[in-house]
Write a protein that binds this ligand. Structure first.
Ligand code: FAD
Ligand code: SIN
Length: 527
C-alpha cells in the first residue's frame, strides 16, 4: 500500500519528535518507530542536557570542554553552533512542558559530569530522558497533522536505485523519495512516499553484547543510508559508558549516571583503592574515554569483572533526593547505595559517528536529513562530552526543520516508485539461526572491537563477521521479511562499518585506542 506524506520521520526519540513538531504546521507528517513511542535512547537518558544557563558560565568554556573531550577532531563551527543554540532550544523544551529541576531560588539545579569545567547540566532528577520523551509524546499525539505509526520498521530508503538506476557512492544527485516500511503486526511492506525524509533512528549499542541502549538501537538508519550510498563517517568512535551497573543477568545494562561522580562518588577497585588518580589528575571526573579505559585496565590487572562506585561518603538523604531511581533500582538488587559500594563496569553507550550531515542537517542524499545519534555532525570529534547528545539532537532537528521548510515548496512528487518486490521469497523457518547470528555478532564486537583494540583483533572480527554477512545476505534474498532478519542485517552492516573505520585509523585518538599505535603517557597494560 502507498502512503504519501510531506514529511517522513523515521524515529521517535528527541530528534524525530522535535523535528515533527516543528514542521507539522506546514504539512502532513508520518512518524515511525520500531516498537512503541517510548522505546528510544532518549527515554533512558539520566544525566540531562548541557547548556550554559547561569551568568558565571560562558559559551567559550562549554566550547573548550567539548573540544578537549573531542581530542582534536571536532568541527569548531559545529561546536560553536550547537553550544550557542543551546539556551534557545532549552526554551523550546520548556514550552513543550519539559520540567527541569530548580533550586530554592527558582534557578536551574545544575549537575556536573566528566569533562565539564562547570555545573551546567539541566536535569529532571535522574530520569531526564523519560521527562523529555513523555512531554514530547503528549504534544505529538495532540497534533492533528502528525500520524504515528508504531510497530513500523523502515527497511530501505527509496532512491533512483529502486527505479532501476545503478547508484554508486560517487553518483551525483541521489534523491530520497521515502522509505519501504514493514508493518511488524501484519508483515506487510508499505511504500511511504515523502517530499522530505528525516532519519532519526538513534544509536547502535546492540551490536555489542553489553550496552546501556534499549534493544531498538541497532544502527538501522546508518545501514539504510550506507546501502543507499550516502556518506557515513567516524564510525570507529564508539563511546563506552564507564559506569553501567554490573548485573550480568540484565540486558540492556542499567546506567549509573556520571552525574553521580559529579556529585562526589568515587571509583574504587576491589581493594577499596581510589584508582583513577593513577590515570588522570581529574580523577573520577576525567573524560569518559579515559575513565572507561582506566576501568578496563584495572579489571584486567585484578582479574575482576567489575569495579565499584562509592557514594557512601555523601549525605544519604541528599543522595536519595538526587538519584531516586538509581537508589530504588539498586535496592531492588540488594544494594543500598547509601551504605554499599555499587558494582559497575563499562558498556557500549553512544556512537559519535554516523550519517554525515552538513550544518543544515542535510545528508549527502538530496531530500534526506539526519539528526540525533545516527548522525555525524562533527560536534563530538573522537569523544563526546557528557550530556552533549540530547543537545545535538534538538539543535540539529531544528536546523533540519528550518531547511526542510525552505525546500518543501520546490519539491514535486515522483509517481514512478515501484512497490516493494518480494517475489521468489518464502517463509523462513530458521528463526533460531537469526537470533544465534545476532548473538555471534555481539560476541565478536565485545571480544575484538571493544575499548582496547589492535590490528590482529580487528582482522579477526572482520573475518568472522564476513561469514555471518554472506549467510545473512543469502537468507535476506530468499526469505519473507521479518523484523528480526532486517535487524540482523543492519547489526552486521553497522558492525562492519565500525570495524572498517577502526582498521583505517592508524593512531589512538579519543575513543579509538589501539595497542599497535598507543598514545604516549597512557597506563595501558598489554594482554
Ligand atoms: P533515540 O532516542 O534513540 O530514538 C530512536 C528512534 O528510532 C526510536 O523511536 C526507534 O524506535 C526508532 N527506530 C530505529 N530504527 C528504526 C527503524 N528501522 N524503523 C523505524 N523506527 C526506527 N545523552 C545526553 O545528552 N544526556 C544524558 O543524560 C544521556 N543519558 C543516556 C543514558 C542512557 C541509558 C542512554 C542509552 C543514552 C543516554 N544519552 C544521553 C544519549 C542520548 O539519550 C541519545 O543519544 C539520544 O537520546 C538519541 O536521540 P535520538 O532521537 O537520536 O534517538
Ligand atoms: C549519564 O547520565 O551519565 C549519561 C550522560 C550522557 O550519556 O551524556
Amino acid at each position: 500500500m502507498i502512503k504519501k506524506y510531506d514529511f517522513l520521520v523515521i524515529g521517535s526519540g528527541l530528534a524525530g519528535m522535535s523535528f515533527a513538531l516543528k514542521v507539522a504546521d506546514k504539512g502532513k507528517v508520518a512518524i515511525l518507530c520500531k516498537t512503541n513511542l517510548e522505546e528510544a535512547n532518549t527515554y533512558f537518558a539520566q544525566g540531562g542536557i548541557a547548556s550554559v544557563t547561569k551568568p558565571t558560565d560562558e559559551f567559550d568554556n562549554h566550547i573548550k570542554d567539548t573540544l578537549i573531550a573531542g581530542d582534536g577532531i571536532c568541527d569548531v563551527n559545529v561546536v560553536r553552533k550547537v553550544i550557542e543554540s543551546a539556551p534557545s532550544q532549552i526554551e523550546e523544551l520548556l514550552k513543550w512542558g519539559v520540567d527541569f529541576d530548580r533550586d530554592d531560588k527558582g534557578d536551574f539545579d545544575l549537575h556536573k559530569e566528566g569533562g565539564h569545567s562547570d555545573f551546567r547540566i539541566l536535569h529532571h532528577k535522574d530520569n531526564t530522558g523519560a521527562e523529555v520523551q513523555d512531554s514530547l509524546i503528549k504534544k505529538i499525539k495532540e497534533h492533528p497533522s502528525i500520524d504515528v505509526f508504531d510497530q513500523h520498521f523502515a527497511i530501505e530508503i527509496i532512491t533512483q536505485h529502486h527505479m532501476g538506476q545503478l547508484i554508486k557512492h560517487t553518483t551525483p544527485n541521489i534523491e530520497c523519495y521515502g522509505a519501504y516500511v514493514l508493518d511488524i503486526r501484519t508483515n506487510h511492506v508499505h511504500t511511504f512516499l515523502s517530499k522530505v525524509t528525516l532519519v532519526a533512528t538513534g544509536g547502535i549499542g546492540n551490536i555489542y553484547q553489553t550496552t546501556t541502549n534499549p534493544t531498538v538501537a541497532t544502527g538501522d538508519g546508518i545501514s539504510m543510508v550506507y546501502r543507499a550510498k550516502g556518506l557515513v563517517e567516524d564510525m570507529e568512535f564508539v563511546q563506552f559508558h564507564p559506569t553501567a551497573l554490573y548485573n550480568p543477568k540484565e540486558r540492556p545494562s542499567y546506567l549509573i549516571t556520571e552525574a553521580m561522580r559529579g556529585y562526589g562518588a568515587i571509583l574504587k577497585n576491589k581493594k577499596g583503592e581510589a584508582f583513577m588518580t593513577k590515570y588522570d589528575q581529574r580523577g573520577s571526573l576525567a573524560p569518559r574515554d579515559i575513565v572507561a579505559r582506566a576501568i578496563d585496565n584495572e579489571m584486567k590487572l585484578t582479574g575482576d569483572d567489575h569495579v565499584y562506585l562509592d557514594v557512601t561518603g555523601k549525605d544519604p538523604e541528599q543522595t536519595k533526593e538526587h538519584f531516586p531511581n538509581i537508589y530504588k533500582k539498586c535496592l531492588s538488587l540488594g544494594i543500598d547505595i547509601t551504605k554499599d559500594f555499587i558494582p559497575v563496569a563499562p558498556a557500549a553507550h553512544y556512537l559519535c559517528g554516523g550519517i554525515k550531515v552538513d550544518l543544515n542537517a542535510r545528508t549527502t542524499i538530496n531530500r534526506l536529513y539526519a539528526a540525533g545519534e545516527c548522525s555525524r555532525t562533527g560536534l563530538h570529534g573522537a569523544n563526546r562530552l557528557a550530556s552533549n547528545s540530547l543537545l545535538e539532537a534538538i539543535v540539529y532537528a531544528d536546523s533540519a526543520a528550518k531547511d526542510a521548510l525552505k525546500i518543501l515548496p520546490e519539491i514535486e512528487w515522483n509517481d514512478e516508485i515501484p512497490e516493494w518486490n518480494d517475489e521468489g521469497t518464502s517463509l523462513n523457518e530458521e528463526m533460531v539461526l537469526i537470533t544465534q547470528s545476532e548473538k555471534e555478532v555481539n560476541q565478536i564486537m565485545n571480544a575484538y572491537v571493544g575499548i582496547v583494540r589492535s590490528n590482529l583483533r580487528l582482522k579477526r572480527a572482520y573475518d568472522r563477521l564476513e561469514i555471518l554477512y554472506r549467510e545473512t545476505e543469502s537468507l535476506f534474498q530468499r526469505s519473507v521479511l521479518s523484523k528480526e532478519l532486517c535487524e540482523l542485517r543492519n547489526v552486521i552492516n553497522t558492525a562492519y562499518l565500525v570495524i572498517k573505520a577502526a582498521s583505517q585509523r592508524k593512531e589512538s585518538r579519543g575513543l579509538h585506542y589501539t595497542i599497535d599505535y598507543p598514545k604516549k603517557n597512557e597506563h595501558i597494560s598489554l594482554y
